[in-house]
Write a protein that binds this ligand. Sequence first.
Ligand code: PGA
Length: 252
Amino acid sequence: MSRKIVIAGNWKMNMTPSEGAAFIDELKMSVQGKNKCEVVVCVPDIDIAAISAALKGSDIKLGAQNAHWELKGAFTGETSVLGLKELGVEYVIIGHSERRQFFGEINRSVNQRLKTILESGLKAIVCVGELLNERELGITGEIVSLQTKIALKDISAEQMKNVIIAYEPVWAIGTGRTATADEAERVNGMIRYIISELYTPDTAENTTIQYGGSMNAANAAELLSKPNVDGGLIGGASLKVADFTAIIDAAQ
Ligand code: PGA
């Protein structure tokens, strides 16, 4: 198995450029030598330049939280992958449930964004996950399957090398309610099966599939011990150096 374990922090709309740079100075020291997983920080657009500078000389990778599917043009308020690349961004989160809930993101636009991100040579963290009522209806599998298949439409096996899937049950995000390790393992395994059907078992084996949703210092080790949980996408607990480092330690 050659897939990477990736621990990615999603700062959401937290931390100003100077707060973020101070955080990175601390984080760099605290994760030194912990190289059994890839560490990524996905920061607000306005922090990117400052964090890119702060990360110089470190192995921590820089991520953004969204990118538009067009390279440039009349799209007020949007962000181009061209600018992200120029500033040293390597990863872009797309399809996050907060984008779906508050900003009209749909499966088709996730697919459009993914194509542009991959064509420009960046990597993507594609978020999928069911709402609470969908879980209660017993259609988690259907929802996650639909989101995954539409997001990956026309994406080649070669391009899949730059795709991470993050399974994030929406009811677990920012709520303190985590999926049990067994639940995360079951859905992540199902996503891997879908990828093997869309591509090959080999592609599926090599795809990093994260869990996200109230992952923290206390529950990370158990979640990450599961064979199909290849890392985490972490919101709240990525905003404190000690907590984020504890999750990185759990992935070692
Ligand atoms: P949380 O957020 O860790 O605060 O639940 C996860 C996410 O939204 O990616």
